[in-house]
Design a protein around this ligand. Structure first.
Ligand SMILES: Cc1cc2nc3c(=O)[nH]c(=O)nc-3n(C[C@H](O)[C@H](O)[C@H](O)COP(=O)(O)OP(=O)(O)OC[C@H]3O[C@@H](n4cnc5c(N)ncnc54)[C@H](O)[C@@H]3O)c2cc1C
Length: 529
């Protein structure tokens, strides 16, 4: 009896935990199995050095759905957002800097330093994104309707979405460009100042192997402006105690509803008999039985490693094999004796320049050129550095007086033409540190230690195929009813009782919880049926 459950969740990423919590709340006997020694997947806090609590992968939150915070009582379980003001700081080599958001008057003053025309245009640009968000956001919490189906539910949802699309009027065309186009032409049309465009453009390339002039990047930019922080729209914040506090709060909620969570439990195989799942087997041979399994792992892991492809239709296998996992992200977590003192705004005491995201790259051309190397399988000679120092806002992360810096770096292509990441990651990190030192000359002397997470490490440690931070590309051909593949966007798979519940499914990557929540709804409905 003890190894028998109503459902087994493979992976304790935040989405798997959300599914577990909702199902336990609905009365399922739930077991979550996580291969790592910690829960949270990419939404995790780890004590990398004694006394330093590091958000080793994801580092800021905005996307986590408010309904989940409420339904699972996450605040009661320790979840607390720490808003950031300002939200970004871009120092430039000429000694000037641009600070932005969420204070609108401050942002207007700051952008005016570079262009008063842009300062006036920015609120209109944000309103345009808001209009597109009002069309897209409701879809995050919905099961994607299948346009190929004649089911009344699908047709009804499609009709409602069509009417919402119509409500955008002339803005509909802009919405289509946002969903399919490139970020640079949009930014070029709206703004004249290179400094503002450069600051806005990073969101377009986060986690993707593409430059901002390439189609698909406008959606990535847009994906990063959805969400909220304590009710403030489009605002990103830190989470007290690091991103792992989100996963820990969800896990605490799941446990309160009766879910069991085991770590160091590496699932080797999802067992399938006569076309339906019957349980899982761990690498150490332990077996668990359940008539349902939900996988929080990506499709490559789920369908090509944990399941015998013989148990799946040929056409499905072909489509899964074609998912794009290319990526070019490397992360360096740094512990510091002192905060960086930027030439553009000196000071080592926590100040506005340390609170938000710090953009270390001078202009749009630099962003484009940084990608050129990656195109040919080389790490950028002059990479893009997107840095955050949560310890400037949250004093629970480090020993007194010490600090942490998260450096999210692009482009570091997973597939290198000539080298191996294990051999070159130290030299690449040295290059990133040199660049940071050019902007903040005390930086290198302040470094106590660093943790370099290469794309290969993202794959090995976090089970992200190809190091892709979203569990697969977020391009339109793999979104909505096509994520992960046509006909299987509703969390079900060709195997009866097997579901997906992670970022591989609609609506994709980011610490949103929507995938997990939507999957739980489907699983509950299937039980009732
Ligand atoms: C470096 C980096 C930075 C990011 N920054 C941000 C950010 O700042 N904000 C944001 O919103 N998003 C960010 N993201 C994206 C976001 O973190 C992810 O999209 C999201 O956390 C995915 O959650 P998930 O639960 O779907 O999957 P995951 O977090 O990938 O969890 C999957 C879990 O399954 C486990 N697993 C896999 N295979 C097995 C197996 N065989 N047996 C048992 N367990 C298994 C894994 O160990 C993992 O714990 C970032 C991602 C990365 C990698």
């Amino acid at each position: 009896m003890t190894n028998k459950y109503d459902i087994i969740i493979v992976g304790a990423g935040h989405n798997g935990l959300v599914t577990a919590a909702y199902l336990a709340k609905s009365g399922f006997r739930v077991l979550v199995l996580e291969r790592r020694e910690v829960i949270g997947g990419c939404c995790v806090t780890e004590e990398v050095w004694p006394g330093y609590r590091v958000s080793t992968a994801a580092y800021v939150n905005s996307l986590l759905r408010p309904e989940i915070i409420k339904d699972l009582e996450l605040k009661k379980h320790g979840f607390e957002m720490l808003p950031r003001s300002p939200s970004s700081f871009s120092p430039f080599p000429d000694g000037r800097y641009l600070m932005m958001g969420p204070d609108k008057a401050m942002t207007h003053r700051e952008v005016s330093k570079f262009s008063t025309k842009d300062a006036d245009a920015l609120p209109k640009y944000e309103a345009m994104l808001e209009r597109v968000a009002s069309f897209v956001e409701p879809m995050l919490d919905q099961l994607p309707p299948d346009p190929m189906s004649n089911r009344p539910g699908d047709l009804w949802t499609l009709l409602k979405q069509g009417l919402n699309f119509r409500k955008m009027g002339a803005g509909a065309q802009e919405a289509v460009e946002i969903l399919t186009g490139a970020a640079t032409p949009i930014l070029d049309r709206w703004f004249e100042s290179d400094q503002l465009k450069t600051t806005l453009a990073t969101d377009a390339v986060i986690g993707v192997q593409a430059s901002p002039s390439m189609p698909g990047t406008a959606y990535v930019l847009f994906h990063h402006v959805m969400g909220e922080c304590d009710g403030a729209r489009g605002v990103w914040g830190y989470v007290r105690g690091g991103m792992g506090s989100i996963s820990n709060a969800i896990a605490a909620s799941a446990k309160q509803f009766g879910a069991e969570i085991r770590t160091n439990a590496d699932v080797a195989r999802i067992v399938v008999k006569d076309g339906r799942v019957t349980g899982v087997v761990l690498k150490d041979g332990t077996e668990f039985d359940a008539p349902r399994v939900a996988s929080n792992a990506d499709c490559n892991v789920t369908f090509r490693k944990l399941i015998d492809p013989k148990d799946l239709p040929e056409e499905f296998n072909r489509s899964i094999a074609a998912i794009d996992y290319s990526s070019a992200t490397l992360k360096i977590n740094v512990c510091l004796d002192q905060l960086p003192s930027f030439t553009a705004l000196p000071g080592t005491e926590p100040g506005p320049q340390h609170r938000g995201t710090v953009h270390i790259y001078p202009d749009m051309e630099y962003l484009e050129r940084a990608y050129d190397d990656a195109k040919y399988g080389r790490p950028s000679g002059s990479p893009i550095l997107e840095c955050t120092m949560a310890s400037a806002v949250d004093n629970t992360l480090t020993p007194p007086g010490k600090h942490l810096m998260s450096m999210f770096i692009q482009y570091a292509p997973y597939k290198l033409k000539e080298a191996n990441w294990d051999d070159i990651k130290e030299a690449f990190a040295d290059r990133c540190f040199d660049i940071m030192n050019d902007y903040a000359p005390n930086f290198k002397n302040a470094v106590i230690d660093r943790q370099i997470i290469s794309p290969l490490d993202l794959e090995r440690t976090y089970s992200l195929t190809g190091g892709n931070i979203f569990q697969g590309a977020m391009t339109l051909d793999r979104m909505l009813f096509m994520r992960p593949t046509m006909g299987y966007s509703r969390y079900k798979t060709p195997i009866a009782g097997l579901y997906l519940c992670g970022a591989a499914s609609h609506p994709g990557g980011g610490v949103m919880g929507s995938c997990g929540r939507n999957a739980a709804q489907v699983i509950v409905a299937d039980r009732v049926r």
